[in-house]
Design a protein around this ligand. Sequence first.
Ligand code: BES
Ligand code: ZN
Length: 944
Amino acid sequence: MILGAGAVATIIALSVVYSQEMAKNQDGGTPTKPPATAAPSNEPWDKYRLPKSLLPQQYNVTLWPRLLPDPTGLYIFTGETTVEFKCVEDTDLILIHSNKLNYSDSAHLTSVDSGVEAPSIKSRFLQIETQYLVLQLDGKLVKDHMYQLHTKFTGELADDLGGFYRSEYYEDGVKKVVATTQMQPTDARKAFPCFDEPAMKAVFHITLIHDIGTVALSNGEQKETSSVVIEGQHVQKTAFGPTEKMSTYLLAFIVSDFAQINNTIDDVLIRIFARKPAIDAGQGQYALNKTGPILKFFEGYYSSKYPLPKSDQIALPDFNAGAMENWGLITYRETALLYDESFSSNSNKERIATIIAHELAHMWFGNLVTLRWWNDLWLNEGFASYVEYLGAANAEPDWNITDLIVLNDVHRVFAVDALTSSHPLSSKEEDIQRPAQISELFDAISYSKGASVLRMLSDFLTEGVFTQGLTSYLNTFAFGNAVYTDLWEHLQMAVNNTGTDLPNSVNNIMNTWVLQMGFPVVTIDTQTGGISQKHFLLDPDSTVTVESPFNYEWIVPIKWMKTGVIHPTIQWLKNKSDTVHEMKTSGPSEWVLANLNVLGYYRVNYDQGNWDRLLIALRDNHSSIPVINRAQLVDDAFNLARAKIIPTVLALETTKYLTEERDYVPWKSAVNNLDFFYLMFDRSEVYGPMQNYLMKQITPLFTYYKNTTGNWSTIPAGHMDQYNQVNAISMACRTGLEECSTLTKTWFKQWMDTNTNRIHPNLRSTVYCNAIAAGGAKEWEFAWSQFQKATIASEAEKLRSALSCSKQPWLLNRYLEYTLNSTLIRKQDATSTIVSIASNVAGQSLAWDFVRARWTYIFNEYGGGSFSFSNLINGVTKRFSTEYELQQLKQFKADNSEVGFGSGTLALDQSIERTISNIKWITENKQNVMNWFKAELKLYEASS
Ligand code: BES
Ligand code: ZN
């Protein structure tokens, strides 16, 4: 079996190389230059950034994707384009981005202005490494004159999820092909030759040629469709109205035979497109219902009208990211847009609402005003990742989801930003050049830290001031480009206008968060009122080698309360330390709690006395502490313990009150932290006592839901309650609660026996996973066949993830092999499937072996991708905690240095750092932790 798969991998790898070679060599007219050897040359075409001599004004682009393979089995597209550009500096060279395109005819250069003649093209070649079509001219283009460049080209419509690519699916047993695009960040150049940088904005006139009966979509409105005969084929030609002035990475072209539903809100046409059966089943309805209100919400939030006449959203069977904010034509993977009440969970529904909000937020922030270069990506993605909560909360006001940013973003990114291998939000423009460097920026720092610090900023400015500055920023730079300090300037103007009181300028405050990596831990001594800050490092023995312009000090806004009473003003910590007399406590019942609702991007530590009083408050009257801060106390304590700032047993103490806790956010925070304990201890002797303790802790919650849902026959009403019900079941089963595993096995068996699935969608993921873990090949095969039959992607996703829960090595190994075959596991899902298998203690080492053995192949397939690749590296190594594993990891880094790690380079260094800290943590904590669990159990047994 292993041999067989190896051979398949080799064949696939060869065919990749083959098609790349084809792409290079088919071009009859344009030779390619070998990549620069030895000394890097200083020719303009060896630089990744475009020269500043030419500025595109408008493009005419005609593309014809073929949805049937050519006689050699290749899917291709052909195209023709004219780009009009202005010369702003005399030059005899045209560099235009072009990747994997072949030019058959020669390019033509003409002058637009009468009286000026265009020089002729002396020579042309493709520079593969930097992805240019290079045209050398026999004379100069003259400053302030306009020229047009006309080219004809062909490209492969590959299934590689980037540029102009194809997506495939089956409908009634018939294979269907969709031609679609994903341009961000640097793949527009794979669809047509263009000045592919975000500041090179232009107007695009798009025309698509497509088969009769298919629908063509692009950013603009369909203007006219005509039937024509080209190369003997009867086809349709759809021309779109000119776009607004926009960046290339936001373009989209799609040909499909999808169906749609639509409505109109205040003259904006809103449409949802998807596979016909999905639309017929009503799966687009939820997205359609929510889009209008979210669009309206953002118009209000930005005080700026939606600038386009239509807003299309389309669900694609193959899509690399979750969704992409192409202006006027947003693309999604199916799970992120399609909803079906009888299959989708509340979590699926929430994801749809937030992802729509995220992409619609970009229509202004990112699309209307675009950051000049990718180094400021964090502001674009961080901003959308913050306001997605506001947009979704507005569309679903009963859900209370704005709180979730603390779990999903703040806590998530704290984990990476506490490593010395982290990096600042802001990068220097000159440090971001190659496409892989750009892709690497789409990480947790840009998204989640960006979101967290913007939320903090909006909070200390107040939302009114924040949006006032935002509106003036958007108005000033509309249809143009900006840098992040432009936003600070406009916020500062709003601060000045409103007389808002700040300890320093917006720029100076924010620079401390944006220009240095990491975040502080603020320590409050309630005996003296002394407060101080220190760079928080997960591993206190690691050394920070990167200097910071602010010496790792931040300007920290502190909102706080004393014994339940909120202090009326923000306390700013501007230096290393300070004294705040009000923070002194007196008596055994007074406590201080800082960073209310975790609005600030920092952790908090206290003197032991205050910790003790907080623990008592948790135990006796936990609702005196705001719900988010209960989650914070757990998360801070666990992480302060990992950093050896407080004893680990103090962190464990914060979990004792959980027998009384019924709220989701604190529970989830605890589960996330206990996950680390599972990762570290599920292969060791600590496991038994830990399981027993946690079973005791979760049982009351499990019983609570059993009782309030009529013995699991209904679902709780509240959104957060629904999440917590799932939490209760999955933790109960995980800790081995017999009643829980019986429940999940019975439900699953009923499904297998009757072929009717009565499991509520909310509970499916955890029920499937537990039943498959407890079962054998029969359960696995059943789930696999249901996976292949699933008619909605969110159901398929639940099964795909549950299939990785098996405890049988042979099933897991076979499943790993499936990820190499895109007819079994779609390419978009390959890396996340490997990661799920690695999360399973039984699959961890299998997945690691698998990834190492096939690194070259995996790298070639997914190395250019954005999130998936760093997720893969982090995922397969997250359990690493032994010297042996560390050696393997270092060996892996050394062995593959030649192939490289692409957008996962940083993730690899983070994994090494994490492993080192895990090893130390286990040595120092194992005995203590075991003793604590045992002692707690003894106490419990004695009392019951
Ligand atoms: N612009 C991104 C999509 C993207 C990511 C393109 C990486 C190219 C490389 C989009 O706005 C986005 O952020 N999508 C997120 C969803 C969001 C809710 C965090 C995604 O795809 O997961
Ligand atoms: Zn985004």
